[in-house]
Design a protein around this ligand. Structure first.
Ligand code: ATP
Ligand code: MG
Ligand code: MG
Ligand code: MG
Length: 562
């Protein structure tokens, strides 16, 4: 593409609302434009990177035997009623009505739709195993969309769903996806780790998150320096809400005292809206489990949420506020997998350890939005150990803390959806059996943003080659100079013929500002075409990462680049 024909609205300044580097750079490099909170247009340059990641994902999913399909974004409420999630999902689900007043939602995830597809098309175990995926726009009405594509409301996800007759088959499907994810994120040029999402489940976790290591990550993870133990310790929200950058740990200690604080004091410390409700409660779920949870709410919005962030719990327990009006009320868990629960008691606890004792039952645990990846008491012990800088729960090693961005998630679902929607097949004995499912997500836009978090410098993005929007940028120092234009255009044409994705900066602008743009948008290789070098029969080439300039004979440049 010629830049004179390209839409590349680069910005000199960071937009005021862009807090993290990837958001700032994606805005400044003209990759995205905000339409509304958490809703973006992918501009041509940004879309190219998105498509690169999608293509890598596609190739690896296909290689693993998964099949691509495309489900609708608008999903009838009826399907969600069948699974029970219409009631349980909470406000992240955007509900809409058509002209006949029929209810729909914008799909935040597609377990119901895919299960419906499969129950209507698969009858026999002979048609198994099956793994179906799509790359599609999702909508989640996130309470606090932020950081550009990192936490959008509309975002592109690859979601895959596996179907097997038995657990063993489902385990194999899970392992295949796990391996595919390793390949995908490696190919994207990322430094990442797969971590157990439910830390308590020793001996085979049913869920792993793929975490790109980055200081700006919203999740905290621990990993052992000796064995392969790594887990998500889910405490990042805390840090975000304190509005601090990395000081979370220390500040947390500071107010971790037994003295009671008023809601206003805690709220002030947390930089929270004072009208919010926060409280620790003992609740019983519809499955009979008793859980100690943190309730957070906003009086004005009349919205309450059960929170899974352990460190919040500790802090917030110091708060003192009446929630009598809520006691006994049913509470819906927000999150991808919901469940109903009843509040049993208002826990009087001074510390997390007390809360465990307060519940005083083996199955009391702290949990988040998702049953199945909640924290058991053992998991909590693991976490404490990690925070104390003690050892690994599995070996003699020491745990290290990292921050990470969740770019992918693999999950064993079991028969939750197949049973609810009646997706069964006939097994070898001719008996009906519910399908055993798995689901596997990757945030496409978040992956691009995460790559930028890991690959940038003061001047801008440094794209890893596999996801770069273009591989080469040719900068014409003076496009009005005929020789320069001719030599540059020729190389441009030859590169395109050779299948290289190349951008030609033929704009009539100062070289300095062109170089600045080239650096900002992070194209891995820059070729500069100028009068002086041409006289010596050379172009100047430079890798964005290394920065060192080399003179390259015109005749050799093409073969060096291709
Ligand atoms: P998070 O914990 O960050 O809210 P999640 O656990 O709710 O993410 P999943 O339901 O596991 O997300 O969805 C699969 C993938 O989709 C995530 O691993 C992430 O990469 C991506 N994703 C989820 N929510 C968003 C969002 N709001 N914006 C961009 N990508 C997202
Ligand atoms: Mg989420
Ligand atoms: Mg998550
Ligand atoms: Mg997840």
């Amino acid at each position: 593409m010629r830049l004179t024909e390209y839409l590349l609205p680069t910005l000199k300044e960071n937009p005021a609302d862009a807090e993290i580097v990837s958001h700032q750079l994606m805005m400044r490099a003209g990759m995205i434009r905000k339409v509304a909170a958490g809703i973006y247009t992918y501009l041509p340059l940004g879309l190219r990177s998105i498509r690169k990641v999608e293509q890598i994902v596609r190739e690896e999913m296909d290689r693993a035997g998964a099949m691509e399909l495309l489900m609708p974004m608008v999903v009838p409420a009826g399907l969600w009623e069948e699974s029970g999630r219409w009631e349980q999902y909470g406000k992240e689900l955007l509900r809409i009505r058509d002209r006949k007043d029929t209810e729909f939602c914008l799909g935040p995830t597609h377990e119901e739709v895919i299960t419906d597809v499969v129950r209507g098309t698969v009858r026999s175990y002979r048609q198994l195993p099956l793994n179906l995926y799509q790359i599609q726009g999702k909508f989640r009405d996130e309470i606090r969309p932020r950081f550009g594509l990192m936490r959008g409301r509309e975002f592109i996800m690859k979601d895959a769903y596996s179907f097997d007759l038995e657990d063993a088959g489902a385990d194999t499907a899970y392992e295949k996806m796990y391996q595919a994810y390793q390949r995908i994120f490696k190919r994207c040029g990322l430094k990442f780790r797969a971590v157990e999402a439910d830390t308590g489940n020793i001996g085979g976790s049913s869920s792993h998150e793929f975490m790109v290591l980055a200081e700006s990550g919203e999740d905290a993870i621990v990993s052992c320096d000796q064995c392969d133990y790594a887990a998500n310790v889910e405490k990042a929200q805390m840090r975000q809400e304190q509005g601090s950058s990395g000081e979370g740990q220390a500040e947390l200690q500071k107010i971790d005292t037994p003295e009671r604080k008023t809601i206003a004091e805690v709220a002030e410390f947390l930089d929270m809206d004072h009208s919010r409700l926060i409280k620790t409660l003992l609740v019983q779920t519809d499955t009979g489990e008793q859980l100690a949870v943190l309730l957070r709410g906003d009086r004005e919005l009349n919205e309450i949420k059960l929170c899974r962030y352990l460190d919040c719990l500790e802090v917030v327990m110091l708060g003192d506020i009446a929630v009598e009006e809520l006691t006994g009320a049913p509470v819906g868990f927000a999150g991808p997998v919901g469940l109903d629960c009843r509040i049993l008691a208002d826990l009087e606890v001074q510390s997390m350890a007390d809360a465990v004792v307060g519940g005083n039952e083996k199955d009391v645990h702290y949990m988040g939005a998702n049953p199945g990846r909640d924290f058991s008491v053992e998991a909590y012990a693991d976490l404490r150990q990690a925070q104390a800088g003690d050892g690994c729960p599995r070996c003699d090693g020491t745990l290290q803390m990292w921050r990470g961005i969740e770019v992918g998630h693999v999950f064993k679902l079991g028969t939750k959806y197949s049973e609810a929607l009646g997706a069964t097949v006939l097994n070898a004995e001719g008996k009906e059996a519910p399908l055993v499912m798995g689901c596997y997500g990757i945030g496409i836009g978040r992956t691009v943003a995460a790559a930028i978090e890991q690959n940038h410098d003061d001047q801008g993005v440094i794209f890893p080659m596999p996801i770069a929007p273009f591989q080469v940028i040719i900068t014409l120092l003076n496009p009005k100079d005929e020789q320069v234009m001719q030599a540059g255009s020729e190389l441009y044409q030859q590169l395109m013929d050779a299948g290289v994705e190349v951008l030609l900066d033929d704009r009539d602008e100062r070289p300095g500002s062109k170089f600045k743009d080239a650096e900002l948008i992070g194209i891995p290789i820059r070729v500069t075409v100028g009068n002086r070098a041409l006289k010596e029969g050379a172009f100047e080439v430079q890798k964005r990462l290394e920065g060192e300039r080399m003179m390259m004979p015109v005749a050799e440049t093409l073969s060096w680049l291709v």
